[in-house]
Design a protein around this ligand. Structure first.
Ligand SMILES: [Fe+2]
Length: 506
């Protein structure tokens, strides 16, 4: 069998060459040439890219992170990069210890990353990872588009638990050739542990080939944004509140160590992700997360003509917190983007039976409306729900009491735009609260597809704010932003588009 040429491999694998994994025939892989120097530690996670800490678009000041993980052993890694096919610049590589493993089988690993800084907007760069003098991986990425450029991104949530559907969604996400992925949370099950990221997330979204039963090489060339969600913080404290317990799971909260996302949210939120456990284990986590914990729970960024505000909606937070609300208002009022998205895992408006009562994020609806938010993207309910544009004014006594209590229902007054249809009437009056939580985990609400009588609730005055609900297949959402025209498509796990709408600004 003739080995793949480098060019064929680049074409088939989305643009990266892992020399150590270059296929030579069915089931066979080439071994790397023996290198001088000490033996390299085994990769536990192959190199992948992440958006990095930058938030606002600034020519010449964009950045990207290249990260990977290995067993703990001495190694000298280098990351070189450039924008003309040459690797003329070198980034500083840093590493930090993380515990990883299942049950009592815990070992120390190393998380490595290099931040590539001083990048131009909308430009393709190549990067190369070397270890002990041996070239291990080459890839490319494109930095964020400046204002005025067309952008395509894909969104899905509630994925990565080792299911075939995860692989199909990853494949079809890659097939859309997105500029980036906006994950809607619950990116990794069951508890957001480092070993779960290693088993369920990286092998699927950074596989060496693109195939619907394997996954796709997304992460090596496509930035992947996500939001913290309930399955990132699965332990319970003495009061049965969510917390990350490093005594129980020494590799908890991999969100804060595996992902490298913008760092412009409140440095210490009023309600940070709670942690508990042995101080020495917490110290190891804090050293690996560094400035990302707890700050990365809330952040925002611009991409092309769009602004994205990503919020921690976990139950330990309080969307009525005045400090958080001030930051949200300041963030949304300070952008001149054409399109404004909010991403939070728990949907403010969801008619499904599994999580209908989890409505606390509704209290932010008036802020979203006042600042011209176009779309709120959520997951949590494992299906697809396309809403009508709506406005909502919370009512009732003491919103903080409602949010703090067991019952997180938030009653209020709806104003639903029934004129907008996304085809001939494309100017919405209100915010579209899209649920895209069918990214791979088992689906909720069987029997709700094409059953509008099940899509209303007495508690919401039987308002028909959902116009399409599909619960019988996994799916992802594809957004195309072109000036003041937005197209949203829903694509299923077979690659079939089954819903589409257009939004315009006039
Ligand atoms: Fe969830």
């Amino acid at each position: 069998m003739t080995p793949f040429s480098r060019r064929d491999f680049l074409r088939s694998a989305g643009g990266v060459t892992f020399l150590a994994l270059l296929p030579q025939g069915p089931g066979a892989f080439a071994a790397p040439e023996p290198a001088a120097g000490p033996r390299l530690p085994l990769f536990t996670v192959l190199p992948y890219i992440q958006p990095g800490s930058q938030s606002r678009l600034a020519p010449g000041a964009d950045s990207m992170v290249v990260a990977w993980q290995t067993q703990e052993a001495p190694a000298e890694f280098h990351v070189e990069f450039g924008d003309a096919g040459a690797f003329e610049r070198r980034a500083t590589v840093v590493s930090a210890v993380r515990f990883s493993g299942r049950g009592g089988d815990v070992e120390r690993r190393l998380n490595w990353h290099a931040e590539l800084t001083g990048l131009e907007l909308g430009r393709r760069y190549v990067y190369r990872v070397s270890g002990n003098g041996q070239v291990l991986a080459e890839g490319f990425f494109t930095t964020r588009q400046p204002r005025g450029q067309r952008v395509r991104f894909v969104a899905f949530g509630d994925n990565s638990y080792g299911d075939p559907s995860d692989r199909a969604i990853a494949f079809h996400a890659h097939a859309q050739h997105p500029d980036f992925v906006m994950n809607c949370g619950d990116n990794v099950y069951d508890s957001g542990l480092d070993n779960e990221y290693q088993r369920f997330f990286f092998p699927v979204y950074n596989s060496d080939v693109a195939h619907h039963r394997v996954g796709a090489p997304l992460l090596r060339s496509v930035p992947f944004y996500t939001v913290i969600a309930n399955h990132d913080v699965q332990d319970k404290d003495a009061n049965n509140h969510e917390t990350a317990d490093f005594g129980k799971n020494p590799d908890a909260l991999a969100f804060y160590t595996a992902m490298h996302l913008p760092l412009n949210g409140p440095e210490v939120p009023t309600y940070p992700t709670p942690i508990q456990g042995p101080p020495d284990r917490i110290d190891v986590f804090r050293a690996a997360a560094a400035s990302r914990f707890p700050r990365m729970a809330n952040y925002s960024f611009d991409y092309g003509d769009a602004h994205f505000l990503c919020l921690d909606s976990n139950l330990y937070t309080d969307p009525n917190d005045p400090t958080l609300r001030r930051w949200i208002e300041a963030d949304l009022s300070s952008t001149d983007a054409v399109w404004k998205f909010v991403v939070c895992h728990h949907p403010p408006f969801n008619v499904g039976g599994e999580h209908f009562q989890v409505q606390h994020m509704r209290v932010l609806a008036p802020i979203f409306e006042a600042h011209g938010v176009d779309i709120v993207l959520s997951g949590h309910e494992h299906n697809y729900q396309r809403p009508r544009p709506l406005r909502f004014m919370p009512s009732g006594p003491g919103l903080s009491a409602l949010v703090a209590g067991r019952d997180r229902k938030v009653p209020g007054r709806f104003t639903v735009d029934r004129h907008f249809d996304g085809v001939t009437h494309t100017l919405p009056d209100g915010v579209l609260y899209v649920v895209s939580g069918a990214g791979g985990k088992h689906l909720y609400d069987p029997g709700y597809t094409d059953a509008p009588s099940r899509w209303t609730h007495a508690e919401d005055s039987h308002e028909d704010y959902v116009v399409r609900m599909v619960t019988d297949r996994h799916s992802l959402t594809v957004f195309d932003l072109d000036g003041d025209r937005l197209t949203m498509r829903q694509v299923d796990e077979d690659g079939v588009e089954f819903d589409r709408l257009v939004i315009t600004k006039a």
